[in-house]
Ligand binder design. Structure first.
Ligand code: ATP
Ligand code: FE
Length: 358
């Protein structure tokens, strides 16, 4: 089947076309377009929801047309339309859902509302023949959680952040240090020149059992270290900035690695699988130092390591199309009154994967 996937839950407008076999891993990406909004929000130091929503509404049409053109397809060749129905900035999610409903109503094609987090968590299966169940660390701009992915619509949460998400912390630290946005890649680039032992930053919650994480204390520690130097000398040097970036990145990597060890043990306690899989997903999984740290954990724990290519770690339309292909094996499409959901937890006990009040 050929599936069109639409994503507009944050500040990327994305459309992709994939060819997938429902319920089977590994799909072919026929076209993938992403339009970011960094320039629109740059002056505000963060994503402004109203500006994002309007930009999505204006761009969905042309991004979709461009993807169809790249794939050499018309809408008539598409078998299903998939759209992020939450969680995310509600204005953006609504823009996408309205646009997708319009396409579905006009063409009679089936419509699938997809949980954005399910899209991230299923991405490892988009590119690799990973079997259920597998352990996924979803680490992004708004989320950080360990999930056992048991099926296309079945997730068990083992633990996660009790405050900020790491991507959000990267973004705030970039802002604090005057590096601009998007924060993650800029902090990572800056970190290359730094000394990770220069600042002694905390490793929050390591003394507590379980897989929960915390990043807000770490962020505050970075701010304090910077403020101390600013108060003493009126500013920080380039070298100190690089040192702070790399010290922060190392603290995040180490904290994630330690909790991943525990999540691996928890997974083993629940599932007797020959060689279990540890997969990462979400924008922060694009970070080289964090990827390397997690890969070492996988090797040490005897887990196979799966990390999607960088363009599939950050927000994209292919993961939304693929999540719909996965769901398709188990159930029919959503009704045209599908609703957009600003909050939509992934845990099986908390909510089913597809929206629309069914
Ligand atoms: P969510 O998926 O939780 O709703 P989101 O969609 O905004 O949030 P993603 O697009 O998955 O998040 O990821 C974006 C986040 O990833 C941003 O916070 C960004 O700073 C971070 N990020 C991207 N690249 C890197 C990197 N190289 N190092 C660290 N963080 C990164
Ligand atoms: Fe995302």
């Amino acid at each position: 089947r050929i599936i069109l996937g639409l994503e507009s839950s944050c500040d990327d407008t994305a459309a992709a076309l994939i060819r997938a076999r429902p319920g089977q891993p590994v799909a072919e990406i026929l076209a993938a377009r992403v339009e970011g909004q960094d320039a629109l929000h740059a002056a505000f130091g963060g994503v402004v929801p109203e500006i994002a929503a309007r930009a999505h509404a204006e761009r969905l049409d042309r991004v979709t047309e461009a993807a169809l053109r790249d794939a050499g397809l018309t809408l008539g060749a598409v078998d299903a339309i998939a759209v992020t129905a939450g969680p995310g900035l509600i204005g953006g999610v609504l823009s996408g859902v309205m646009f997708a409903k319009g396409l579905a109503a006009a063409t009679g094609k089936p419509l699938y509302g997809v949980n954005h987090l399910a899209g991230h968590a299923l991405t490892p299966r988009l590119t690799e023949p990973v079997a259920f169940p597998y352990l996924a660390l979803l680490v992004s701009g708004g989320h950080c959680q360990f999930l056992i992915v048991e099926g296309p619509e079945r997730f068990t949460r083992l633990g996660g952040t009790i405050d900020d998400a790491p991507g959000e912390a990267f973004d705030k630290i970039a802002k604090l240090l005057g590096l601009g946005q998007p924060g993650g890649p800029r902090v990572e680039a800056e970190a290359r020149a730094g000394d990770p032992a220069a600042f002694d930053l905390p490793r929050p919650l390591l003394d507590r059992p379980g897989c929960d994480l915390s990043f807000s204390g770490l962020k505050t520690a970075v701010r304090r270290a910077r403020d101390k130097r600013v108060a003493a000398r009126g500013g920080i040097t380039r070298a100190e900035r690089a040192d702070l970036c790399v010290s922060f990145q190392a603290a995040v990597a180490e904290t994630l690695a330690e909790k991943t060890h525990r999540a691996c043990a928890a997974f083993r306690g629940r599932h007797a699988v020959g060689t279990p899989v540890l997969a990462v997903a979400g924008g922060v999984a694009a970070n080289g130092a964090i990827r390397a740290a997690l890969r070492r954990v996988a090797e040490h724990e005897g887990f196979a390591w799966v990390a999607p290519p960088l363009a599939l770690c950050t927000d994209n339309g292919a993961m939304i199309a693929f999540a719909a292909a996965e769901a398709m094996a188990a159930r029919g499409p959503d009704a045209l009154d599908l609703s957009a959901r600003p909050r939509w937890p992934l845990d099986a006990a908390a909510a089913p994967m597809l929206g629309s009040g069914r």
